[in-house]
Ligand binder design. Structure first.
Ligand SMILES: C[S@@+](CC[C@H](N)C(=O)[O-])C[C@H]1O[C@@H](n2cnc3c(N)ncnc32)[C@H](O)[C@@H]1O
Length: 189
């Protein structure tokens, strides 16, 4: 296990959420959901030390862009160093609560994918609702929101419609990878 991850869990257990980074099984299961047959704009929320990021980067084509949004200053500094050589990757050290304004400032609308590792299920309800609202606000009708969680709670949220879900037992803890679209109600709001 990464020592950095362990230190950041100790420093902020609720925000980091799980005791160890995602397994190779989970990161492959998540990254394979992104179709890189054409250039894509992918946003990753809560990349941590970058285990999903590395899988995504490995599959990305030269014209695609990956924006990493990480709140923890140690993780953000680690990501900047790790991906400094890759012009397709941009690290933004900010709260995902500012997602809509961050993307607007970067001239990005309707990203193709938003992949999130933020542990929505175990956080305070009000914060979860605010985060989900800004994610939905940043999505267009074709954007796909991919998240891996301990429960299926988000699949029943009014802002999203579940397209697909798949369990990953080979992870600590076992999680479900969900693929969601913005709901018709959220698109009309
Ligand atoms: C469960 S860890 C996942 C880390 C990594 N994606 C993985 O799968 O191992 C949650 C990550 O979300 C980040 N995070 C939590 N709340 C956040 C927020 N509001 N904005 C941005 N990042 C956040 C944490 O700092 C941490 O890196």
């Amino acid at each position: 296990m990464s020592l950095l991850f362990f230190k950041r869990v100790i420093a902020n257990p609720i925000r980091v959420g799980y005791l160890v980074p995602s397994s190779g099984f989970l990161t492959r299961q998540t990254a394979k959901r992104i179709d890189f047959s054409k250039p894509r704009v992918v946003i990753e929320l809560g990349p941590g030390e970058g285990c999903h990021t590395r899988q995504i980067v490995r599959r990305m084509n030269a014209e695609s862009k990956l924006i990493l949004i990480e709140l923890d200053d140690h993780f953000a500094a680690h990501l900047e160093k790790q991906f400094a050589h890759d012009k397709r990757v941009t690290v933004v050290h900010t709260d995902a609560l500012h997602l809509a304004s961050t993307l607007e400032g970067m001239g990005i609308s309707n990203p193709d994918y938003i992949v999130s590792g933020i542990p929505f299920t175990i956080m305070d309800r009000q914060l979860r609702e605010k985060l989900l609202a800004t994610i939905a606000r940043s999505m267009g009708p074709d954007s796909i929101f991919i998240t891996y969680q301990v429960s299926l709670q988000i699949s029943e949220h009014k802002l999203f419609d579940l397209s697909r879900s798949e369990h990953c037992l080979f992870n600590v803890p076992p999680l479900t990878v969900m693929e969601l679209k913005k709901s018709a109600a959220a698109l009309m709001a």
